[in-house]
Structures are given as C-alpha cells and as structure tokens.
Ligand binder design. Structure first.
Ligand SMILES: C[S@@+](CC[C@H](N)C(=O)[O-])C[C@H]1O[C@@H](n2cnc3c(N)ncnc32)[C@H](O)[C@@H]1O
Length: 229
C-alpha cells in the first residue's frame, strides 16, 4: 500500500486532467457505475451525507442533483488541488456543496454524525485500510449506511483483457494525457493488491458493520458495497 503522502502527491500531479482521464480510460462506463451508487443512496433517503475521497467532487455533484435540497452533502479529501477543482465547479455552477480538507485516517467529524457515507475509488488508496474502514464506521450513525464504489477483481475471460487494459494500455494513454505515467502504473498495482468483493465484505464486517452486501459490475471489474451499521 502506498503512503498517504505519496497518494496525495500523485493526485496533486494529475488533478487538472483527472476527470478527463477517467472518462477516457473507462470508455465512459464510470458514469454508469457512479449512477448505480447514486441510485443506491437515493433509495436509503439519508438526510446528512458525506462523500469521502471526493476528489474533484464527481459523486458529490451527482448526489446534489439526485437528493432533496434539504439533504446536507459535504465532500472531504486530503488533496488540496483536487478539492480546488471541486470548489471552482461548485462556485461556477452555483451549487450548494461544501468541500473540506479531511484525511480518511482521522476525519474531522464527530462519532455517529452521518447517515450516509459514500466513497468512490478511495478505499483502495488508503494507507491503512483497516484503520480507514474503522473510521468510516465511527462516523456513521446507527442505522446509517456506507456505500463503497471501488475496483475489484474481474472474473473469467474478461480478467486477462482487463489486465492488459490496466497494466499496458492505461498507463500509456493516461500518461500521455496527464504527463504522469507513474500514477497510472500505480492504478494497476493498487487494483491487483485490493481484495475481491467477498474479501471486502469480510473486512467491513471486521470493522463493525452488521449487514454488508454488494453488486458486481462488468464481470466483477467494479463492485458497489453497502455496509449498514
Ligand atoms: C481515484 S480518486 C477518486 C475521486 C472521486 N471519488 C471520484 O470518484 O472521481 C481518489 C481520491 O481519494 C483521495 N484520497 C486517497 N486517500 C485518502 C485519504 N486517506 N483521505 C482523504 N482522501 C483520500 C485522493 O486524494 C483522490 O482525490
């Protein structure tokens, strides 16, 4: 696992091209995966939501559109250049969203203060995943839900194709686009080192969540976990 400082530095370097690279590398599929997350949150009707590892705020903006106006939504990230992009967008689009600095290893949030926690493509980057999942559990209210959208382990015939895409094609394409080849080599390494969907279920239960379920997308390439406290 990379250190928090290395992750922060890496995202600082690619912040301005991050959204574009994402769309390109996933052939636009990331929008559909994100929308599955938003639909899942909408069904639970939380009144106070935080989007962790919010980056440029992609999930937070989509939540703002989907949830009632009186739902409080805040985004947290530890990478200032990513947050700066989110804040500029909020101002430009005149959207009521607040973005604050916060490290998922020790969040500036009180115990059991949030009803819905979303985190997309963030958990994989945690320096200490066990500590981070416990922190997510700490801030979640009883009866609240944590939604984790994350890369997982693809199955069957799709697995070698995915390996080629992530290990060979993505680093070159995204490297040319962002000027940072290393950041997208890290993407492949971090996915390979991440547990499969069942493995993450066990880790979430160990962190204290009682009901944990998941749905897999694109042959298991991505998984959406829901963990209830
Ligand atoms: C792959 S991006 C995902 C951004 C956004 N959630 C999205 O879906 O586009 C990962 C983000 O996680 C943030 N991150 C990684 N570890 C973090 C931590 N411990 N605390 C806060 N943010 C973290 C990075 O700074 C980066 O902005």
């Amino acid at each position: 696992m990379a250190t928090g400082n290395a992750v922060k530095q890496m995202f600082s370097g690619i912040a301005s091209r991050y959204d574009l690279a994402n769309r390109l590398l996933s052939f636009g599929l990331c929008v559909g995966w994100r929308n599955r997350l938003i639909d899942a949150v909408k069904k639970r009707k939380p009144r106070r939501v935080v989007d962790l590892a919010t980056g440029s705020g992609d999930v937070a903006f989509a939540l703002r559109k989907a949830l009632p106006a009186d739902t409080t939504i805040m985004g947290y990230d530890f990478c200032e250049p990513m947050l700066a992009i989110a804040r500029v967008r909020a101002e430009k689009e005149k959207v009521a969203l607040t973005f604050q600095t916060g490290d998922c290893m020790h969040l500036p949030l009180a115990d059991e203060s949030v009803e819905g926690v979303t985190i997309a493509y963030g958990v994989r980057n945690f320096e200490d995943r066990e500590k981070g999942l416990r922190e997510l559990h700490r801030i979640t209210q009883h009866g609240g839900t944590v939604f984790i959208l994350e890369f997982s382990q693809p199955q069957g015939w799709f697995a070698p194709l995915h390996w080629i895409h992530v290990r060979c094609i993505s680093p070159v394409l995204a490297g040319l686009l962002t000027g940072d080849f290393g950041a997208y080599r890290y993407l492949g390494t971090s996915i390979a080192g991440f547990p499969n969907a069942e493995g993450l279920v066990q880790e979430l239960k160990k962190a204290g969540f009682s009901e944990v379920s998941y749905e897999s997308m694109l042959f298991g390439t991505v998984a959406l976990h829901q963990a209830k406290k």
